[in-house]
Design a protein around this ligand. Structure first.
Ligand SMILES: [Zn+2]
Length: 567
């Protein structure tokens, strides 16, 4: 109001709480918390006459308070709107509490009734209710609007008998009072001993700091209204206030604006809470009460609907939060899966590339194998040709060997024949030799006897011997030639046999045997021939040839020196 701005410390020094204490803990720029009772106190002094409205145009709670300040400072609807809106809202809430502790019929005063709608509702419900306001303008407004009796206050100056009221209601009034203790004492004076005070006022929570309120944007901060709200009680301090003035029975009821208000029933005597049946029957007793009951029923059902909807909303919020969480989780899963899909695609692309390169490598391998195959086929063809050639050669060699074997067999047969002939000749010659030896022996004997007789004939013989010696020499060389020729033939035959022996393995041993036999025979034959030749060479034998008694057959053979057939 008109108070001079002073530093808080200075304010606190001069200021006293309703409880009489003067120590305050700073609470925001203009309030302090009473260290004694816990009430939040507007630290500037407020003159008691603030509640007086002598000039409705200029005083604090005059006409402008209702038509301008409430709208401009706090954004409330104007008094015309409030007079309509409060009825189905806070007025019904208050009525329910009043009915509980003081049902009609009862005489009730509303201190600070504003436009008067609650007074009107109380009257509708069956109370003998009246109002009180500071501004004559607003008093007239209530009277005209609702046709209710309204007094001009303050209550201290109200002309009313003491102990004449059953109840006094003070809604949003206590915090405005410069001396709440005095005003409440005055109310109790007007009340009957068991009379009821029904009070709605802001609720200061002592445990919460100003900084915490600011930080949480607590709606209670809206109750810190300098000049207007002088005392903001806590449950503890309001209890102390009423205890001090002898009203020690207090029941805290649910406040309609529970986020920053409290609502209490107070009495000097124990409070009696009526059952709802009693309240209903009290209301049913009068037509107006029935209307009020209908309004209360409607409000109750609305309240229940609102509660149900609020619960539904809270559940929906929880559900929405869950859904948001699920959505976030799902999004995360989708992101993960998308990542996997990308990875899988990349893997597939890499695999495809690898397959392509493998296919290319495979194709080149196949080409290489095809080349190798062609080369192998050619090699096989060549080898097959070689095999055919080898077979033909083998066949030819076989034929050649067969023919050679046949030739050899024929030669062997020939040689066998020759051998047989030779054996026969040898046998014949052996016979002849024996014969010749015998005859030779006989001849030797004869010759020895005749040696002496024929000595004379020696000279003649020597001459003949010389001539014969010549002839023998000639004959000797001719014989040597023949022997050489035979030896040559023999050597050639041996070579042929050796060659044949190489070709035919089986024949080789037989042939070798035969060959050796033949060699032996030949040698024997040669020895025989040589022996014969040796005999021929003898001069005495030559001489014997001249003898007439030697058969011609033998003589011829002796001359030739050969082994002709004996037969
Ligand atoms: Zn105090």
């Amino acid at each position: 109001m008109k108070a001079v701005a002073q530093p808080q410390a200075a304010l606190a020094a001069t200021r006293r709480c309703w409880c009489g204490a003067s120590g305050f803990v700073p609470f925001g720029p203009e309030y302090g918390e009473c260290r004694t009772c816990g009430t939040l106190v507007y630290l500037k002094d407020t003159p008691p006459e603030q509640l007086l409205v002598r000039d409705d145009e200029t005083d604090f709670y005059g006409k402008k308070y209702w038509l301008e300040r409430q709208q401009a400072a706090f954004g409330f609807p104007d008094i015309h709107a409030r007079s309509r809106n409060d009825l189905p809202e806070r007025n019904l809430h208050w009525l329910r509490a009043l009915l509980k502790y003081q049902p009609p019929p009862a005489k009730v005063l509303e201190v600070g009734c504003a436009h008067g709608s609650f007074v009107a509702l109380m009257r509708q419900a069956g109370y003998q209710a009246e109002g009180l306001e500071l501004s004559p303008w607003v008093v007239a407004f209530g009277q005209e609007t609702f046709g209710i009796p309204v007094h001009v206050g303050p209550v201290e100056s109200l002309d009313m008998p003491a102990a004449s009221l059953d109840a006094i209601v003070l809604m949003d009034v206590l915090e405005h009072l410069p001396d709440p203790s005095a005003t409440m004492r005055r109310c109790l004076q007007l009340l009957k001993p068991a009379g009821l005070l029904l009070v709605q006022t802001p609720c200061f929570r002592e445990e919460v700091s100003y900084a915490a309120l600011v930080e949480s944007k607590d709606p209670f901060l809206g109750m810190l209204i300098p000049e207007e709200h002088i005392y903001l009680f806590s449950q503890r301090s309001v209890t102390e206030l009423f205890r001090r003035i002898g009203a020690g029975h207090i029941a805290f009821e649910p406040a309609i604006f529970a986020q920053y208000d409290m609502f209490l029933a107070v009495s000097r005597e124990p409070l009696e809470a009526r059952a709802s049946e009693k309240v209903e029957s009290a209301l049913m007793a009068a037509p107006g009460g029935r209307i009020a009951l209908a309004l209360l029923d409607l409000r109750e059902s609305t309240r229940q609907q609102i509660e149900s909807l609020t619960r539904g909303l809270e559940e929906a919020r929880v559900e929405a939060a869950q859904l948001r969480e699920n959505h976030a989780s799902a999004m995360q899963q989708i992101q993960t899966l998308t990542g996997w899909v990308h990875d899988a695609r990349a893997d597939a692309a890499a695999a495809l590339e690898s397959m392509h390169s493998q296919a290319a490598a495979h194709a080149s391998e196949v080409a290489a194998f095809n080349g190798m195959h062609e080369s192998t086929v050619k090699q096989i063809e060549t080898l097959t040709g070689w095999v055919h050639e080898a077979r033909a050669e083998a066949s030819a060699a076989k034929e050649s060997i067969s023919s050679q074997a046949a030739t050899h067999a024929a030669e062997v047969a020939t040689f066998k024949d020759m051998h047989a002939d030779a054996v026969k000749q040898i046998a014949a010659l052996t016979g002849l030799l024996q014969e010749a030896r015998e005859k030779g022996s006989a001849l030797q004997n004869t010759m020895e006897e005749q040696t002496k007789a024929h000595a004379a004939q020696m000279a003649e013989a020597r001459a003949s011997y010389a001539a014969l010696s010549d002839g023998m020499e000639k004959q000797k060389s001719a014989d040597a030639k023949q022997i050489a020729e035979l030896n040559g033939l023999h050597t050639s035959a041996v070579q042929q046999i050796e060659t044949l022996t190489g070709w035919v393995h089986e024949a080789r041993e037989a042939n070798a045997t035969l060959q050796s036999a033949m060699e032996e025979q030949k040698n024997a034959q040669a020895r025989e021939v040589a022996a014969l030749q040796g005999l021929l060479a003898r001069p005495m034998l030559k001489f014997a040839l001249g003898l007439s008694n030697i058969p011609e057959r033998v003589r011829g053979r002796l001359r030739s020196g050969t082994a002709d057939e004996p037969r």
